[in-house]
Design a protein around this ligand. Structure first.
Ligand code: UDP
Length: 516
């Protein structure tokens, strides 16, 4: 394309699962259009993005801007600017604190307006930042909401928050406005905070207005692919009644080639996270195992399970006899930044599995993309965070769901009921899972002749659809490439329309002056 003078400002929410796809989106828009992109966030998040931008090429027009933020002003621990390592009871403080960014974002965007003589082409804000609509509007531009979740999960999440349907029934099951009758939801799929929400609590007071405001945006961007979520996209579009552009997968293109990735640099390009274990070592370990033999276990960047569940998961894994990589963090109730303690696992577990080469425990942060794209990885035991889902499916790796928070339980439901690529092991941190059940589900998914084989076939079909969506050659453009072009075209035509109307206001004003 080539509209070098256009400028887009992005406002991500402060969490790895949001920063990573926002940065990937910025790179994708920038590569396709050459627009200047400014990503604005709190100082510590900007610092970690800085290292990422510095190491990746082709970054000359991605800029970073700090929005002032002091965590202790909001009842958060010192230097806390993301959901990572944040105790659950403080999570709402971070959401509430994000409202303080409005003033600073307004100042930043009006500064850009003043310097460039016109407002940015648009603001792309996190779906949790509904306030960005007012900022954009007052500065003569439009706001586009970006949901880092999938279409089905996002639609369920917003419908549940806006309607609190579980409050109007005494049953455990309920139907959801916007969803057909057959998609019944279960109270256990709601996070305890949401279960208790009644519209007056601090969670409702943040989510309800912010989501309602986001539904007034110019349109929504969704990190999904048209062909893999036709049902979810229908629901989301009907619900928000806005254009929804499916521009996923927001994953480094190197990992979407048809071979295992050996490009270790992809993990360095992910929101500046430091690996707690060298990626090379993980790959060597995977190389020492046969094709399609390894189970990968991770609960994302901010969630963790209980101590009892951790022990039972360990028992099940060991008894299954299968090879595994487990990204392990302190259990619920312990300092998430604290030292790892062997007593959280069955006695001698780590030594045994490491000696026999059955298991590799990665403490804290693993090179997830490299692991998922390695030929030895067979299945992902996941909390069903949407980035993890897209990363897994784009490699054709089926999922064992263990949803913990946010919209993860709805993703898990969709993956099992609509896509047939997953089986849910359990949900939440309170479930009483035992090792035998873990082993049972592992046996089921590893069994090629039964449901495991079906899930794998379905995941392979989804993988091909995801890869087809990013095709970009002369004969063929994939749906996500087309959606990105449509999105940019809609913005440019809106820009033209607004400049025409502001020109005609000036003309009318001139005419009126002449008549005087
Ligand atoms: N991630 C990673 N290594 C880890 C844990 C997470 O690279 O050890 C990345 C993962 O690849 C994904 C993101 O962090 O891109 C987590 O996002 P997701 O939506 O899956 O879950 P969240 O952390 O938001 O709950």
């Amino acid at each position: 394309m080539g509209f070098e003078n256009e400028h887009i400002v992005m406002l991500p929410f402060m969490a790895q699962g949001h920063l990573i796809p926002f940065l990937a989106l910025a790179k994708q828009i920038q590569q396709r259009t050459n627009f200047t992109i400014t990503i604005a966030c709190t100082p510590l998040n900007i610092q970690s993005l800085q290292s990422t931008i510095a190491t990746s090429s082709n970054n000359n027009t991605i800029r970073l801007a700090e929005l002032p933020f002091c965590s202790t002003d909001h009842g958060l621990p010192p230097n806390t600017e993301t959901t990572e390592n944040l105790p659950l009871n403080k999570m709402i403080n971070l959401f509430a604190a994000s409202l303080s960014l409005e003033t600073h974002a307004r100042r930043l965007i009006s500064g850009i307006f003043e310097k460039e003589g016109r407002p940015p082409l648009c603001v792309i804000s996190d779906v949790f930042f509904g306030w960005a609509n007012d900022v954009a509007d007052s500065l003569g531009t439009v706001n586009v909401s970006f949901t880092t979740g999938g279409a089905y999960g996002t639609a369920a999440y917003i419908s549940i928050w806006l309607n609190l349907p579980h409050r109007s029934t005494h049953k455990d099951f309920f139907t959801l406005p916007g969803f057909p009758e057959r998609c019944r939801f279960d109270i256990s799929q709601l996070h305890p905070f949401l279960r208790a929400a009644d519209g007056t609590d601090s969670w409702s007071r943040f989510f309800q207005p912010q989501i309602s405001l986001s539904a007034k945006s110019f349109g929504w961007l969704c990190n999904t692919v048209e062909e893999i979520e036709p049902f979810g996209l229908d629901i989301l579009r009907n619900y928000v009644r806005l254009p929804v552009w499916s521009i996923g997968p927001l994953i480094p293109r190197e990992t979407l080639k048809n071979s295992s990735t050996s490009d270790i640099s992809v993990s360095r390009q992910r929101a500046g996270k430091k690996l707690s274990f060298p990626a090379e070592k993980c790959l060597e370990w995977l190389d020492s195992h046969g094709s399609d033999s390894v189970i990968y276990i991770s609960f994302g960047s901010q969630n963790t399970i209980s101590e009892t569940q951790m022990k039972e998961l360990a028992i099940g894994l060991e008894e299954s006899g299968r090879a595994f990589i487990w990204v392990i963090r302190p259990p619920v109730g312990f300092d998430l930044k604290g030292e790892f303690r062997a007593e959280w696992l069955p006695q001698g577990f780590e030594e045994r599995v490491s000696k026999s080469n059955q298991g590799l425990l990665v403490h804290n942060w693993a090179p997830q993309l490299e692991i998922l794209s390695h030929k030895s990885t067979r299945v992902f035991v996941s909390h069903c965070g949407w980035n993890s889902v897209m990363e897994s499916l784009s490699q054709g790796v089926p999922i064992v769901g263990w949803p913990l928070a946010a919209e993860q339980a709805y993703n898990s439901k969709m993956l099992e009921e609509e896509m047939g690529v997953s089986v849910e092991l359990t949900r939440g941190v309170q479930s009483k899972i035992v090792g035998e059940e873990v082993k049972g589900v592992i046996d089921l998914v590893m069994d090629e002749s039964g449901r495991g084989g079906e899930m794998r076939k379905n995941a392979a079909v989804i993988k091909e659809k995801i890869r087809a969506s990013i095709k970009d050659d002369d004969e063929e453009k994939g749906s996500s490439v087309k959606a990105m072009d449509d999105f940019v075209a809609a913005l440019l035509s809106k820009r033209q329309e607004s400049s025409k109307s502001s020109n005609s206001i000036i003309e009318d004003w001139r005419e009126a002056l002449q008549k005087l």
